[in-house]
Design a protein around this ligand. Structure first.
Ligand SMILES: C[C@](O)(C(=O)O)[C@H](CC(=O)O)C(=O)O
Length: 306
C-alpha cells in the first residue's frame, strides 16, 4: 500500500478546513529521527539549524542551494510520506534560480518550502537590520516557484514569507502577502509577528488563505503554543529551534561534565546500540535477514558484562 508522498499528504491536510500541521524544527538526520520517533507527523528543516550544524555558521545567507537541498533530501527520505517543510531562504537568486530550487526541492522529496523577500545577503528573520527587495522582485520569485511546480506537475506546497514587518509595518506586509497569494502561493508566512492581536488580525485579513506561524521563542514573536495557533486560525506552526535548542544546552552541559570528571558520564541507557536503534538499526538488520543475509543472525547486543 502506498502511503503517499509528503507533499500530497500535506496538501490533504491543507484541504481539510480543520487540518493543522505542527512541525518541530530539525537540522540533521539524528534530530529528524528523534522527532519522528516522538510521533510528530511533519518536520521543519530549519535553515538556521542547517547553517549551524553543517557549517558551524550563523544564519546569514551562508548556506547555498546545494547545502540546503542535500540536507532536506536526506531528512525527507528518512520517512518519505511524512511532510518535510524546508527553508528555501530567498530562493538563491533570480527567477531562474528560484525555478531550479523548486525543481530540486520537489525531486528531493520536500513537501513544502518558503521563499522570502529579503535581499540575497539575508539574515535570520529575528535579527535587526533586515533589507528587502521590492514587491515586484518578490512576486517574481513566488511566480517562478509556482510556475516551476506546475511545469513539474508536483504537489510541492509553495509558502510565501515576507520579512517586511520590521521595516515597513503591517499594511505593507499584508500587501506583499496578498501579491504573493495572487501570484499563486499556497500558504502565507508573516515573519516576526509581534503580538497575539497581530497574529489573529493577519489570519482574519487573509482568510481563507492558509497561514503558517513561525514560533521562534525569545525572538520577535510572543510564545504561542500549537493549540493556541490552531485556535487563532493558523494552519501550520513551525518551531525552528525545537531540537537544536535542547541539543545546544545538552552539549554544553555534557562537555562541562567531561572537563570536570574526565569522562562524559553518560546515562547508562546510552549505549552504542541505543544510538543506532534510534537511527534504524533494527529495520536494517531485518532487511539483511529478509534478503537471506546472515550477518546479523546473532544480533548486535553484547553479552552481559560480568
Ligand atoms: C525560520 C528560520 O528561517 C529558520 O531558519 O529556521 C529562522 C529561524 C531563526 O533563525 O530564528 C527565521 O525565522 O529567520
Amino acid at each position: 500500500m502506498s502511503l503517499g508522498s509528503g507533499a500530497s499528504n500535506l496538501r490533504k491536510i491543507l484541504a481539510d478546513p480543520n487540518g493543522f500541521v505542527t512541525a518541530p524544527g530539525v537540522y540533521d538526520g539524528l534530530s529528524a529521527r528523534m522527532a519522528l520517533g516522538a510521533g510528530f507527523d511533519a518536520l521543519y528543516m530549519t535553515g538556521a539549524g542547517t547553517a549551524a550544524s553543517v557549517h558551524g555558521q550563523a544564519d546569514l545567507g551562508i548556506c547555498t542551494l546545494n547545502d540546503m537541498r542535500a540536507n532536506a533530501e536526506m531528512i525527507a527520505n528518512l520517512s518519505p510520506s511524512t511532510p518535510v517543510i524546508a527553508d528555501a531562504d530567498t530562493g538563491y537568486g533570480g527567477p531562474i534560480m528560484v525555478a531550479r530550487t523548486t525543481e530540486q526541492y520537489a525531486r528531493s522529496g520536500v513537501a513544502a518550502f518558503h521563499i522570502e523577500d529579503q535581499v540575497q545577503t539575508k539574515r535570520c528573520g529575528h535579527l535587526g537590520g533586515k533589507q528587502l527587495v521590492d514587491t515586484a522582485t518578490y512576486t517574481t520569485r513566488i511566480r517562478a516557484a509556482v510556475q516551476a511546480r506546475h511545469r513539474l506537475g508536483s504537489d510541492i506546497v509553495v509558502i510565501a514569507r515576507t520579512d517586511a514587518l520590521q521595516s515597513f509595518g503591517y499594511d505593507e506586509s499584508l500587501a506583499r502577502l496578498r501579491a504573493a497569494r495572487d501570484a499563486g502561493a499556497d500558504v502565507g508566512f508573516l515573519e516576526g509577528i509581534s503580538s497575539r492581536e497581530m497574529a489573529a488580525q493577519a489570519v482574519r485579513d487573509l482568510a481563507p488563505w492558509p497561514l503558517l506561524l513561525n514560533m521562534v521563542e525569545h525572538g520577535s514573536t510572543p510564545a504561542i503554543s500549537a493549540q493556541e495557533a490552531k485556535e487563532i486560525g493558523f494552519r501550520m506552526i513551525i518551531f525552528p529551534f525545537a531540537t537544536i535548542g535542547p541539543a545546544l544546552t545538552a552539549m554544553r552541559e555534557g562537555l562541562e561534565k567531561l572537563k570536570r570528571l574526565g569522562l562524559p558520564g553518560l546515562d547508562p541507557e546510552l549505549t552504542p546500540q541505543m544510538l543506532f536503534r534510534v537511527c534504524g538499526l533494527d529495520e536494517k538488520m531485518r532487511l539483511d535477514a529478509e534478503a537471506g543475509g546472515a550477518a546479523f543472525e546473532g544480533g548486535v547486543d553484547l553479552e552481559e558484562k560480568k
